[in-house]
Design a protein around this ligand. Structure first.
Ligand SMILES: [Zn+2]
Length: 317
């Protein structure tokens, strides 16, 4: 059911054959590559394709592997998460290959991982569990269905904000004081979801799924992330001045309850609403701005019951 979906976007980046990347060097886990420097230092994970149609992470992971990246300290792991969904890509239905059954970015709780349900995503999450758990710092690379500016997403732990602010791009941050609110994402798995942990775990949303510029940014941010933790050296950055950081705090994650979910007007993200303004209806339910300057992020393209409809945030001082 169409709620917010204009004509399909141009597909500038197509999936490539990942078979050459299947056999990594982590016993028994396909599409995971690990490099040890032999020197002390953090274990950093660059994770791609948590969502199967978010190609920018794949581009960045392939770039790291193709250029022979090796950490000068610590350990680097590069992983392609939901390759099974990625392989189901159909250019005529480019949004369908996000996931096959479960959203691989919502099932990282013990309840799901140790539960009795089964799906391609649950099998893959159970396989990847030691990989996620072993990392000190995690960059989980994503993209958005709408063509909006790139942004970070992370739980409001100081360690996460410190890394994202230091890296500096993208300039926009979505900070989640209560976590995601609609499941447990990769970056909240295990210790990464707890206040006392030492490691940073962040999502970067690099732009629209299928744009070339999105893949280009993913490569840059992956390298910046590795450089931030000392794993690689980066040459001089381009001279473009950095934008000042703009931070938003997640207020509420709206999950779609009926197929009748509709926005009051087409939204792409970053629109603002005044307190009490109607943003969407979901059958009888009205979704209204809970406060002034309410900013919407990641509005759903189509209404799929049980999936996120929109994230409501407010600008942080
Ligand atoms: Zn995603």
């Amino acid at each position: 059911m169409q709620t917010n979906a204009p004509a399909g976007p141009p597909i500038e980046v197509l999936p490539r054959d990942l078979e050459p990347y299947r056999r990594g060097n982590v016993a028994g886990i396909d599409w995971v590559h690990r490099f040890e420097s032999g020197r002390p230092g953090p274990h950093v994970l660059i994770n791609a394709l948590t969502h199967g149609n978010e190609f920018c992470g794949m581009t960045a992971a392939c770039h790291l592997l193709d250029t022979g990246v090796r950490p000068q300290v610590g350990t680097l792991t590069v992983s392609f998460a939901n390759v099974e969904a990625y392989r189901s890509f159909d250019p005529a239905r480019p949004f369908e290959s996000r996931q096959l059954v479960h959203n691989l970015n919502r099932i990282w709780s013990e309840a799901w991982l140790d539960g009795s349900e089964d799906s391609p995503e649950l099998r893959r999450a159970r396989e990847l569990r030691p990989v996620i758990a072993a990392a000190d710092h995690i960059l989980d690379i994503h993209s958005t269905s709408q063509d909006v500016q790139p942004f970070w997403v992370y739980p409001a732990f100081e360690r996460n904000g410190a890394a994202a602010l230091a890296i500096g791009r993208p300039a926009v941050h979505l900070v989640m004081p209560q976590g995601l609110g609609s499941g447990t994402p990769v970056i909240q798995h295990g210790l990464h979801g707890t206040p006392g942990h030492h490691g940073a775990a962040v999502v970067v949303e690099c732009g629209q799924h299928f744009k070339r510029s999105t893949s280009a940014l993913a490569i840059e941010v992956a390298q910046d992330f590795l450089a931030h933790f000392g794993l690689i050296e980066r040459g001089r950055r381009e001279a473009t001045p950095r934008e000042p950081a703009r931070r938003f705090e997640l207020l509420q994650t709206v999950v779609i309850q009926t197929p009748a979910f509709r926005f009051v007007r087409p939204l792409v993200g970053f629109e603002t609403f005044d307190e009490g303004d109607l943003i969407a209806t979901d059958g009888e339910r009205e979704i209204r701005a809970p406060r002034a300057n309410c900013t919407v992020l990641m509005p759903a393209r189509v209404a799929i019951v049980g999936r996120e409809g929109v994230y409501l945030a407010r600008p942080m001082a």
